[in-house]
Design a protein around this ligand. Structure first.
Ligand SMILES: Nc1nc2c(ncn2[C@@H]2O[C@H](COP(=O)(O)OP(=O)(O)O)[C@@H](O)[C@H]2O)c(=O)[nH]1
Ligand SMILES: Nc1ncnc2c1ncn2[C@@H]1O[C@H](COP(=O)(O)OP(=O)(O)O)[C@@H](O)[C@H]1O
Length: 309
């Protein structure tokens, strides 16, 4: 029989205590990871800590807690602790009432700003036919690589030079139906009474989860659906400098015959009437200026909607 280690009671207590300490450290590390990955809100952790000072959250040090909050590093930490009048070694459960209030307000304010900040990350660019939506969107894709341009699915046939997966995902009617049935489109519409167009939901959800900005260049029916599905989206309406210039651009593009142009201009009159539903209006005078204005709106995170013109 193997020789057994006989432990005296105090030693048994010590082993158990050290196991418990290791387990508690592991639980605190796990909680820190969940806060830093955004899986759990820092405010929830704080509420838990104050409700149960001896629990996992309550035993967490103020320093470790703050460092797990996204975008707080060592440099900011020192200033924040000073402002909140909390000593670095303090555990959350051991904070006094005033310290609790200050820390709670600080985190609540931060989380509320972050929510606003996320709100303007999804930007919808819409406007009447031939105003230059496609041109401005392409300019943004080429010159502002940190803005992701959503690639729509469409049943229309590719034009010469258009690339699958860059300009559109070209699909047939059956595939478009399948995308709708599987709830894979954030919005979809039949545009100009012709082809169907839709925004794939997956890449947008992934980009927003990463914290990236996404631009959708879609028609007005689509913009309304996005607003209903994601009220936090920012809607931008692109305007022509004048009606005559809009007609010039439509004719100049040369992609529609006279009858189709008339039909589109008739639609454009209705579309222009929808501009007040949008958060911002941007005049497409020059492509570079309009693109810059749209990108500035993406970067003005959390700003309250204002009229650009
Ligand atoms: N609702 C919606 N409209 C889209 C989508 N993708 C493109 N559109 C719109 O469909 C219209 C036709 O686009 P396109 O076929 O490229 O032709 P264009 O009119 O010559 O630019 C434009 O008004 C686009 O804004 C989409 O995913 N959803
Ligand atoms: N700022 C601008 N100034 C002059 N022409 C423009 C401008 N923006 C776009 N265009 C031209 O107007 C036409 C329509 O633009 P397009 O991007 O196809 O419009 P939309 O996608 O809104 O239908 C194109 O020939 C394009 O080159």
């Amino acid at each position: 029989m193997p020789e057994q280690t006989v432990r005296t009671p105090p030693e048994v207590d010590r082993v158990a205590a050290s196991r418990a300490a290791v387990e508690a450290r592991r639980a605190r590390a796990e909680l820190k990871n969940r806060v830093s990955s955004g899986a759990i809100s820092a405010l929830t952790v704080l509420d838990d800590a104050f409700a149960d000072p001896d629990g996992v959250a309550g035993r967490m040090r103020a320093t470790d807690f703050l460092l797990s909050v996204p975008a707080i590093g060592r440099t900011k930490l020192t200033r924040i602790l000073e402002d909140l009048k909390i000593s670095p070694a303090k555990r959350l459960g051991g904070l006094g009432p005033n310290q609790r209030t200050r820390l709670h307000d600080f985190i609540a304010d931060r989380e509320s700003k972050n929510r606003q900040h996320k709100r303007s990350r999804l930007i919808v660019l819409a406007g009447p036919t031939a105003v230059g939506k496609g041109t401005v969107a392409s300019y943004i894709r080429e010159n502002y690589p940190d803005v992701l341009l959503s690639v729509s699915a469409t049943t229309r046939k590719p034009r010469p030079g258009e690339v699958e997966g860059v300009n559109y995902f070209f699909v047939d009617d059956a595939e478009f139906d399948r995308l709708i049935e599987n709830n894979e489109l954030l919005e979809h519409a039949t545009v100009h009474n012709a082809s169907r167009y839709g925004t794939p939901r997956g890449p947008i959800d992934e980009a927003l989860a990463r914290g990236d900005s996404v631009l959708l260049e879609i028609d007005i029916q689509g913009a309304r659906q996005v607003r209903a599905a994601m009220p936090e989206a920012t809607l931008v309406f692109l305007l022509p400098p004048s009606w005559d210039e809009l007609v010039r651009r439509l004719v100049g593009r040369g992609t529609e015959d006279a009858e189709e142009r008339e039909r589109r201009l008739e639609t454009a009159r209705h579309e222009l009437a929808a501009q007040d539903e949008f958060d911002y209006r941007v005049v497409n005078g020059t492509v570079a200026d309009a693109a810059q204005e749209v990108v500035d709106l993406i970067k003005t995170r959390g700003a309250r909607p204002r009229r650009a013109v």
